[in-house]
Design a binder for this molecule. Structure first.
Ligand SMILES: Cc1ncc(COP(=O)(O)O)c(C=O)c1O
Length: 1013
C-alpha cells in the first residue's frame, strides 16, 4: 500500500509540535544537554547511576526500530486491514453494535475532555463533572434508579461489585448469592475468578433447556432453602440467550427473603417503547435494589470488547437513604461555589480507596469516565425519539428476520414459548458451527453457536442478535444464506412468535430531552473549555503521569478494522488485532524482563487485583492456605490496600495489632522502606505472608534501592512480590524487574504508555509476571503458530477478569505509541521524564523544602515532593490559614497560572507532588518553575490570596462539604445546563507575562475579600 491510499488525517500534524517531535519529546537535543549540564551530568544514562548495577538493563528492550510519522500511520492502517470486517453482522451476545451518533466522534475529539485527569480539582474540571453528571441523569431516567455511578470497568466486574455491595448491605451479615445460569457465561467466569478466596459464596441455578430461561419455581425452591444466608439474587432482564426472565417475580422473591434483587440490564432496551425500567420491577413496582449493565454500545463500537462501560446503580430514595454509602465507584453531585453559583463536584469520596484505603467500598481508582461522557453525548444526541427508534428498530429487525428464517425447513425457534426482544436462538437442522463458518466465507458474521449454554444441545443452536445497524438488504442476505445452505422457504408456513407480555414493557415514556445537534456541539465545546489538557502545558499531577497523548493513537484506535471488530468475530477475521495483542505481550516481556504478560486487565487497580488473585492461586496450588497477610508500605497508593481487601485479605484488628489482612510497613527518613521494620514484620507473621506490594519508584519519586533485598526476604518467607508499576515512566527500559525479584507488575497504560485519562478513565493495564506465576495468568494468551495467531488458556488460569479481552481499543493506542518509540525510544522517554523532574526540582529546591527530607542516596526520579517553607506556613497561620489547610489552596494557585494543580497532600500531608513528564520543552519547564516560585512570593506577600483561590476559573472554590451533606446525584433533564465562562482562559493566561498574572491575582483576591460573604 502506498502512502497516497491512506485516508487523510483529521488534523494537520505540522501544526502540533508535540505530535511530530521524535518520541513525542519536544525538547531539542541542545535543551536536553543544557538541562543535563545544569545538573552536572553529560549523558542521560547518568540519571540512573544510583540504581544498583545488577538491576539495570544492559541493552535497550528488544522492540522493533521506531517508525516515523508517515510510516507509522501506514503501518497501523495496514495492521487494521489484517482484520476482516464482515458486510453484515448479527453478533451481539451482550455487546451489540448500534449506530453511533455523529456527536460522539465530535466529543471524542475534544481534547480537554478526553485528556484531562479525574476531576479532583473541581474548579478546573467542570467540563468532565458535567458530562459525567449528564450520564448519571440519562441512565437514571432510563433505568428508574435514582443513583447511577459514573462508571465501572464493564458489566462483569460491575456484577462482582454488586454482589460485594449486597453483602455489605446485609444487616444479618449474609454472604451467599444465587446467580441465574442465564447470565452471560463470560460474566459468570469473572464472578468465579474474583470471588475465589473471598468470604462470598454463590450458586448458579441452571437454565431450563426447554424454556431458555430459569423458571421462577425452580429458583424459588433453592432460594427458600438457603434463605438464612441469602444476601441477593442476581438475574438478567434479557438473558444470555436473548429471552426475558420473570423480573417481577424474581424481585419479589428476593425481597420476600430479605435479600437484594440485583438486575443485569441493557440500557438501550429501556428506551420508550422498550422494556420495563428496573426501578419499577415487582408486583408493587418498588423496583430492584442494585442495577448492573453494559453501556459500551450506547457510545462506541465494539473495539473487540473494550473499553467497556460498566453500569452500576443503587436505590437512593426515602426507603433507601443510606445504601448509596456502600456503593462502589465515583458519583458526581450538585454543588455550589462560594459565591452561590451552581456547580458539580465528586461526592461521597470518603468511600473511595484514596481516603478509606483498606476500608474502601471498592479498589477502583481510574474508572471508564470518558466512555460515560460519550454515552451521555450519544443519548442526548439521539434524544427521546432517537433512543426509541434504535430500540424499536432492533426489535423490528429481529422480528422480520425470525419471520423469514422460520419458514426455512427444519429451522425453528429453540424456545418457541419464551418471549424475546431483539435476540433469539434458532435450533437448526445442521451444525451451527459449520453454518457460522459458511457465513464467514460470505463476509457475514452470523451469530454464535450457543450450544454449550443449553444443557443437552446437540450443537445446532445459533444465537442471532439485532440492532439498528441492519438494513433490509442485510436481512435478505441472512435469509439467502439459510435458503442456499438449508433449503427453500415454505411460502405457506405460518410463523407465530411469542408475544412480549405487557407487564414486561415500559409503561411511561423516559422523557429524555431532544436538543438540536448544533446546540449540543456548542454545549460540549463550551464544557471542554472548563477543563485543561496536557496538550497545552505541564499538567503536573504527581503519580499520574499526565503526558502528551498523541493524536495518531486516536486515529489508529478508530480505524474501522480495529474499532468495528466484535469480540465474537471468528479468529480468522481477527488476526490484525490478535497480532497487536501478541506483540504487546512480547514487547512487555522485553520492557520488564519478566516471563509472561496478560493484556486483559483494564486499570492499574485491576492489575493489582489480578496480581493478588494469582498470588492466592499460586499458594493454593502448593497447599499453602495459611497466608493471610499482605505487606504494604504506609506511603502506598490507596488502591494497594483496597485491592488486598477485595482479593479476600480483609483486615482484622485487635487494638493496634493487625491479626490478618493488610499490614503497613514504615518508611525510613529517606522515604524508602524501613528494612528493620520489614524484618520485624516478617518475624511476627512468619509463615503467613502471602506477599508484599511495593511501588517502585515509590510515591515519593524515589527508587527503592533495597528492592532486590526486600524481594529476597519475602521469597525466603514463601511470599510473593507485587510491584506497583504506576511509575514505570521513570524506569522503563532501564531496570530489569526480573533482577529485582518481581513476581507481578502492572503498567498503567494511561500513564506511561500515552492512553488519555478521559477525565477518570478508561484506563488500561498490562501485567507482567515471573515464571512461577505464568501458569496462573488470567483470560487467554495470544499464541503464534507460523503466521497465525490463536488463543490459549494458561494451564492453571485464575479465570477471566473482564467479560472479553479487556480495553482492546487502548491496546491499539499503546501499540501505536510503542511503534513510534521503538528500541531507543522507550529508554529515551523515561530518561527525559526523569531529566525534566530533576531539572525542575533543581530549579525549585532552593525555594521549597523537599519531602521526605532529601538525602544524597535518594535522588528523585520522574517526580518529587515539595512543601512550603516554614516561614510561609507561619505567615499563612498569622493570616488565619492553619498549616493543615494550607496545601490545598496553594495547589489551587496553580490553576490561576493556567496549570492543573499538582497532587496535594499525598503521600505527604503537606506535600505537593510534581511530575512534569517528558512532554515539555526547557522553556516550558522554566516558565513553570518561575510560576511556582512566584506563587510562593504571592503567598508570602499577600497570604490572604489563599483564602480566595482560584480566581479565574469559571467557578470559585466549591463547597464540597455541603455537597456531601445533601447529596444529589441525578435530576430529570429538562433544559441544557448553563455553562459559565472562564474569567481568564488558560490560553490567555499562557500568553500573559507572569507578573501580569500575579497582579491580576492580587487585585481579584482583594476584590473578593471585599465581597459580603
Ligand atoms: C501509585 C499508584 N498505584 C496505583 C494506581 C491505580 O491505578 P489505576 O488508577 O489505573 O487503577 C495509581 C493511580 O493513580 C497510582 O498512582
Amino acid at each position: 500500500m502506498s502512502h497516497t491510499t491512506l485516508p487523510p488525517l483529521p488534523y494537520d500534524p505540522t501544526t502540533l509540535p508535540r505530535e511530530t517531535a521524535r518520541h513525542y519529546i519536544p525538547a531539542t537535543d541542545q535543551e536536553i544537554q543544557a538541562m543535563l549540564g545544569v545538573l552536572g551530568l553529560s549523558q542521560l544514562d547518568e540519571l540512573f547511576a544510583h540504581i544498583p548495577a545488577p538491576a539495570r538493563m544492559v541493552e535497550p528492550p528488544d522492540l522493533p526500530e521506531e517508525l516515523g510519522y508517515a510510516d507509522l500511520y501506514q503501518h497501523v492502517v495496514a495492521q487494521s486491514q489484517k482484520n476482516h470486517l464482515p458486510d453484515v453482522t448479527f453478533l451481539g451476545d451482550g455487546l451489540p453494535h448500534y449506530r453511533v451518533p455523529d456527536l460522539v466522534p465530535f466529543v471524542a475529539g475534544l481534547r480537554e475532555l478526553m485528556t484531562a485527569y479525574t476531576p479532583y480539582q473541581p474548579e478546573r474540571s467542570q467540563g468532565t463533572l458535567m458530562t459525567q453528571w449528564l450520564y448519571q441523569c440519562c441512565l437514571a431516567m432510563l433505568t428508574g434508579f435514582e443513583a447511577i455511578n459514573a462508571s465501572q470497568y464493564d458489566r462483569a466486574t460491575a456484577l462482582v461489585e454488586a454482589l460485594q455491595t449486597a453483602a455489605r448491605l446485609s444487616r444479618q451479615g449474609r454472604t451467599h448469592f444465587l446467580l441465574l445460569g442465564s447470565l452471560w457465561p463470560h460474566d459468570l467466569e469473572v464472578v468465579r475468578t474474583l470471588l475465589a478466596g473471598t468470604r462470598l459464596t454463590y450458586e448458579v441455578v441452571p437454565i431450563d433447556p426447554e424454556r431458555g430461561m430459569v423458571p421462577l419455581e425452580v429458583l424459588e425452591q433453592q432460594a427458600v432453602a438457603q434463605a438464612d444466608g441469602l444476601a441477593g439474587i442476581a438475574f438478567p432482564q434479557v438473558n444470555s440467550l436473548g429471552y426475558l426472565e420473570d423480573v417481577d417475580g424474581l424481585t419479589d422473591l428476593a425481597h420476600r427473603l430479605g435479600a437484594r434483587a440485583i438486575v443485569v440490564t441493557d440500557p438501550m432496551l429501556l428506551a420508550t417503547g422498550g422494556l420495563k425500567a428496573p426501578g419499577t420491577f415487582g408486583a408493587e413496582g418498588e423496583g430492584a435494589d442494585i442495577l448492573v449493565g453494559e453501556a459500551q454500545h450506547l457510545a462506541i463500537p465494539p473495539h473487540y470488547g473494550g473499553p467497556g462501560l460498566g453500569v452500576f446503580g443503587i436505590r437512593y430514595n426515602a426507603a433507601h437513604q443510606q445504601d448509596i454509602r456502600q456503593a462502589p465507584g465515583r458519583f458526581v453531585g450538585d454543588a455550589q461555589d462560594e459565591a452561590g453559583r451552581l456547580a458539580k463536584v465528586m461526592v461521597l469520596s470518603t468511600r473511595e480507596q484514596h481516603i478509606r484505603r483498606h476500608k474502601a467500598t471498592s479498589n477502583i481508582c481510574t474508572n471508564q469516565g470518558f466512555v460515560a461522557t460519550l454515552a451521555a453525548a450519544a443519548i442526548l444526541a439521539r434524544g427521546e425519539e432517537g433512543m426509541r427508534k434504535a430500540c424499536m428498530q432492533a426489535r423490528a429487525n429481529a422480528l422480520t428476520a425470525a419471520r423469514g428464517l422460520l419458514r426455512v425447513p427444519g429451522v425453528r425457534l429453540a424456545f418457541p414459548e419464551t418471549p424475546f426482544w431483539n435476540t433469539f436462538v434458532l435450533a437448526l437442522p445442521c451444525s451451527s458451527a459449520s453454518l457460522v463458518e459458511t457465513a464467514r466465507q460470505r463476509r457475514m458474521h452470523l451469530g454464535i453457536d450457543v450450544s454449550s449454554r443449553i444443557p443437552g444441545s446437540g450443537g445446532h443452536h445459533l444465537l442471532l442478535s439485532f440492532s439498528d445497524l441492519q438494513e433490509p438488504e442485510h436481512l435478505e442476505r441472512l435469509l439467502a444464506l439459510f435458503v442456499e445452505t438449508i433449503g427453500m422457504p415454505r411460502a405457506e408456513a405460518a410463523v407465530s412468535l411469542p408475544e412480549v407480555p405487557t407487564a414486561s414493557l415500559r409503561r411511561e415514556p423516559v422523557g429524555l430531552p431532544s436538543w438540536d445537534h448544533e446546540q449540543l456541539r456548542t454545549f460540549f465545546t463550551s464544557l471542554s473549555e472548563q477543563n485543561i489538557s496536557p496538550d497545552r502545558t505541564c499538567y503536573p499531577l504527581g503519580s499520574c503521569t499526565m503526558k502528551y497523548n498523541p493524536y495518531i493513537n486516536e486515529v489508529a484506535a478508530a480505524l474501522p478494522g480495529f474499532a468495528h471488530l466484535h469480540p465474537d468475530a471468528p479468529l480468522a477475521d481477527a488476526q490484525g488485532t490478535l497480532e497487536v495483542l501478541y506483540n504487546i505481550q512480547e514487547y512487555f516481556k522485553a520492557i520488564t524482563g519478566l516471563s509472561a504478560v496478560t493484556t486483559q486487565p483494564v486499570a492499574g487497580a485491576q492489575g493489582e487485583l489480578v496480581g493478588l488473585k494469582m498470588f492466592q492461586a499460586y499458594h493454593r496450588s502448593r497447599g499453602d492456605t495459611q497466608r493471610d497477610i499482605v505487606l504494604i508500605p504506609h506511603s502506598a497508593h490507596g488502591t494497594n490496600p483496597a485491592t488486598a481487601t477485595m482479593a479476600g485479605f480483609e483486615t482484622v484488628q485487635r487494638g493496634a495489632e493487625t491479626l490478618s489482612g493488610v499490614v503497613e510497613i514504615n518508611a525510613g527518613p529517606n522515604g524508602q522502606i524501613a528494612m528493620d521494620h520489614l524484618r520485624q514484620l516478617l518475624d511476627h507473621y512468619r509463615g503467613r505472608i502471602a506477599g508484599i506490594m511495593v511501588t517502585n519508584p515509590n510515591t515519593s519519586g524515589v527508587f527503592e534501592r533495597h528492592f532486590a533485598d526486600i524481594a529476597a526476604l519475602i521469597h525466603a518467607e514463601g511470599g510473593l512480590v507485587y510491584m506497583d508499576g504506576a511509575n514505570m515512566n521513570a524506569i522503563a527500559g532501564w531496570v530489569n524487574l526480573s533482577a529485582l525479584g518481581v513476581d507481578a507488575v502492572h503498567n498503567n497504560n494511561h500513564k506511561t504508555w500515552t492512553i488519555p485519562h478521559g477525565g477518570g478513565g478508561p484506563g488500561d493495564a498490562i501485567v507482567a509476571v515471573s515464571e512461577r506465576l505464568t501458569p496462573f495468568l488470567p483470560g487467554v494468551q495470544v499464541v503464534r503458530s507460523g503466521h497465525e495467531y490463536a488463543l490459549k488458556h494458561p494451564a492453571q488460569s485464575i479465570g477471566s477478569v473482564h467479560r472479553h479481552f479487556g480495553n482492546v481499543g487502548h491496546k491499539i493506542r499503546a501499540y501505536t505509541y510503542l511503534r513510534a518509540l521503538g528500541r531507543e525510544g522507550v529508554r529515551r522517554m523515561s530518561a527525559v521524564a526523569v531529566l525534566a523532574a530533576r531539572y525542575l526540582h533543581h530549579r525549585l529546591k532552593h525555594h521549597f523544602p523537599t519531602l521526605p527530607q532529601e538525602t544524597p542516596d535518594s535522588p528523585r526520579m520522574h517526580e518529587f515532593i515539595i512543601t512550603l517553607p516554614e516561614a510561609t506556613f507561619e505567615t499563612l497561620e498569622a493570616a488565619g490559614m492553619s498549616r493543615a489547610r494550607a496545601i490545598g489552596p496553594f495547589g489551587k494557585l496553580f490553576l490561576d497560572f493556567g496549570y492543573h494543580a499538582p497532587t496535594v497532600s499525598f503521600p505527604e500531608a503537606q506535600g505537593l507532588m510534581i511530575e512534569p513528564t517528558e512532554s515539555y520543552t526547557k522553556a516550558e519547564l522554566d516558565r513553570f518553575a518561575d510560576s511556582i516560585i512566584l506563587m510562593l512570593h504571592l503567598a508570602n506577600e499577600q497570604p490572604t490570596i489563599l483564602h480566595t483561590v482560584p480566581h479565574f476559573t469559571p467557578v470559585d472554590r466549591i463547597d464540597d462539604v455541603s455537597a456531601n451533606k445533601h447529596v444529589v446525584v441525578s435530576a430529570p433533564l429538562t433544559t441544557l445546563p448553563q455553562v459559565l465562562p472562564n474569567r481568564i482562559t488558560p490560553d490567555q493566561l499562557a500568553q500573559m507575562p507572569l507578573e501580569a498574572i500575579a497582579e491580576a491575582i492580587r487585585t481579584t483576591s482583594a476584590a473578593k475579600l471585599q465581597r459580603p460573604r
